[in-house]
Design a protein around this ligand. Structure first.
Ligand code: PGA
Length: 251
């Protein structure tokens, strides 16, 4: 039985004061849900969001970390800084990081290991471009990403991870993958995890779908056998996020 995850990735949106206003408005509605809920603000809003959500069961995540422990890495944030601030999860390998900040699977693998070492729950993103999908190579692409991102990560550590399948062509475009397209790739990810680890481990790892998820389409997506929730961008900045939090069949 995998508990459904609903995570709002705010990306580079919400100043600390906007975050305060928004959290105050939705706080009661997102607390106490059957689903496991994460709010993932920009770094600078994290302390405020953590203190506002202190008396709830909502968890706070970060959008990135650096793979080194500490030192002369201007502009970067370490795993220890995140855990010390009360952060519980971290998004790793989002396609925007891969595309705009040149993160490759080797870097993502190092970040994944660093997050696990510090007890942060990684939300590892993978996803194919429209070109790759049109070439019929989506599954192959994702399997390669998963294999490289999990390189050298043992079974017990893999079980601590959450994976988010986010087709790049569906992110922020309003062009959601059909529930069957999303399910097909999430099932392939589980198959790959079975090969890398074993069936029991693969069955224990939560796999989310992300890309234009909203209150209107989430129920159908979350009801799929291999989709265990959603990584939500745009709709995570709006009051409709509360409806997504309340949706879902634990599978
Ligand atoms: P979107 O973003 O919901 O705005 O498409 C999803 C994501 O990038 O995590």
């Amino acid at each position: 039985m995998r508990r459904t995850v609903v995570a709002a990735n705010w990306k580079m949106n919400m100043t600390p004061s906007q975050a305060e206003e928004f959290i105050n408005a939705i706080k009661t509605d997102i607390n106490g849900a059957d689903n496991e809920v994460f709010i993932i603000p920009p770094f600078i809003a994290i302390p405020k969001v953590i203190s506002l959500l202190e008396d709830t069961d909502v968890k706070v995540g970060a959008q990135n970390l650096y793979f080194e422990e500490k030192g002369a890495f201007t502009g970067e944030i370490s795993a220890e800084m995140l855990t010390d601030a009360g952060v519980e999860a971290v998004v790793i390998g989002h396609s925007e990081r891969r595309e705009y900040f040149s993160e490759d699977d080797e870097i993502i693998n190092k970040k994944l290991k660093k997050a696990i070492e510090h007890g942060l729950t990684p939300i590892l993103c993978c996803g194919e471009s429209l070109e790759t999908r049109e070439e019929g190579k989506a599954a192959e692409w994702i399997e390669r990403q998963i294999t490289q991102d999990f390189d050298g990560i043992g079974r017990e550590d893999a079980l601590k991870c959450i994976i988010a399948y986010e087709p790049i062509w569906a992110i922020g475009t309003g062009k959601v993958a059909t529930s069957d397209q999303a399910e097909e790739i999430c099932a392939k990810i589980r198959e790959k995890l079975t090969q890398l680890y074993d069936q029991e481990a693969a069955d224990g790892i939560r796999i989310l779908y992300g890309g234009s998820v909203n209150a209107g389409n989430c129920a159908e997506l979350f009801a799929k056998d291999n989709i265990d929730g959603g990584l939500i961008g745009g709709a995570g900045l709006k009051p409709e996020f509360t409806d997504i939090v309340k949706t879902g069949s634990p599978n």
